[in-house]
Design a protein. Structure first.
Length: 254
């Protein structure tokens, strides 16, 4: 198996800043996935689970060859899954991510990116040709509310989602946060937007959680959503019903 990896070594030594890896992820795309979490993200989401992955300079430098060797070792478990690049934000390091996905494609490994899509179109165009599935994280459809949650507007993100939807299979991922993203108006806007997209596989509704809070505290940062409750199962089903009215396929996250 290592000989196969040697055959696909890149003549160009590309290095990326990696936050962490997960060899058998079950929540980051279809099947079991080898997940690479990139370091660096342009958004500053107030509920970020990987706040330690947001600074551009951090993590560990790894080469494409080094990661491919680790991926090769996991191939027996990835037959019905593949490789997902998450973060942080994959499109913040487009050259490295494009090469890594290209190498996976050469080994007939299914590829996916989990992205906020806040990136120049040029970065997206470098990565998209080697991506089988795009999982786009939609924070809010209302740009003012989006800014309050992330520190950025959402106009570029929505345009990039439309661009992707015309070219690749797409999943939308939406975190249901009581009082922030779960109003009927918010969910109807999501349903309207999602139903307009070609190649949309499904909408994943993910319940807000506080798993990332300890990371904020460890870094000495104030967690902005202190006291916000985790949505109940009934609240998640209520959100699902609004999307189902538009005949969308909905996946409820745990």
């Amino acid at each position: 198996m290592l000989k196969e990896a040697e055959k696909t070594r890149s003549p160009v030594v590309l290095k990326g800043r990696i936050h962490s890896i997960e060899s058998m992820g079950a929540l980051d795309g279809p099947g079991l996935r080898f997940v690479v979490f990139m370091q660096g993200c342009p958004l500053r989401c107030v509920y970020c689970q990987n706040i330690d992955a947001t600074p551009q300079f951090g993590g560990t430098e790894r080469t494409v060859d080094e990661l491919m060797l680790e991926i090769e070792k996991c191939l027996p478990y990835l037959e019905k899954g593949g490789v997902t690049i998450s973060g942080g934000e994959p499109l913040a390091q487009p050259e490295f991510v494009a090469e890594l996905l290209k190498r996976c494609r050469a080994r007939e490994i299914h590829t996916a990116i989990d992205t906020c899509l806040f990136a120049p179109r040029s970065s997206l165009e470098k990565v998209l040709p080697f991506t089988d599935l795009v999982m786009a994280s939609v924070k809010q459809l209302d740009t003012k509310k989006h800014f309050a949650l992330t520190g950025r507007g959402n106009e570029e993100i929505l345009e990039n989602i439309r661009f992707v939807a015309e070219r690749k299979p797409l999943r939308l991922r939406y975190v249901v946060i009581p009082g922030y993203t779960d109003s009927k108006k918010d969910l109807e806007a999501l349903a309207d937007f999602a139903s307009s997209l070609p190649n949309l596989e499904c909408v994943e509704l993910l319940p807000y959680n506080t798993l990332g809070k300890p990371k904020w505290e460890k870094l000495g940062l104030k967690y902005a959503l202190e006291g916000v409750p985790i949505p109940t199962a009934a609240q998640m089903r209520s959100a699902e019903k609004i999307l189902l009215k538009k005949k969308l396929k909905v996946l409820l996250g745990a």
